[in-house]
Design a binder for this molecule. Structure first.
Ligand code: ZN
Length: 142
């Protein structure tokens, strides 16, 4: 398995260079992104952000989780992972196949959507209350 690690690092740099305060993408930024990632992926990710499908949940102890609502399922996305082969991870089949197994893609649309939404401050934010956690854990194990 070979991952285009140089390209991935470049993608990380480009995405991280996005100005946090601006709620729009500049031509320059999109141009740089186009050089690394396919149009279809960028458009799909922007579409998810536009439709407010990216959720940032914070637990009472400050743990942050990202979820993306897809057409059939909600995907969990993990970003800013410590030094591993990939800096982000998604639970969707596309990520598993195209990124991890074959190395065809650098990331899936969910990962790109979360990373851009975080930079643009466009995640739907919610706080997970202790009550909610207790209920979901109880339901899970009963
Ligand atoms: Zn995904």
């Amino acid at each position: 398995m070979t991952l285009p690690s140089e390209l991935l690092r470049l993608a990380d740099i480009v995405i991280d260079s996005l100005d946090c305060d601006s709620q729009y993408l500049t031509e320059d930024f999109l141009h740089k992104l186009h050089e690394i990632l396919p149009d279809t992926l960028i458009l799909a990710a922007l579409d998810l952000i536009d439709q407010r499908k990216v959720t940032e949940s914070t637990t009472p102890w400050g743990f942050v989780e990202y979820e993306v609502m897809g057409s059939n399922a909600t995907r969990n996305v993990y970003i800013a992972l410590p030094k591993t082969l990939v800096s982000s991870y998604c639970t969707c089949p596309a990520f598993n196949y195209a990124v991890l197994e074959t190395g065809q893609s650098l990331m899936c649309k969910h990962v790109l959507a979360v990373r851009l939404a975080v930079r643009l401050n466009m995640c739907v934010k919610q706080e997970i209350s202790l009550d909610y956690l207790t209920t979901s854990v109880t339901q899970h194990y009963s």
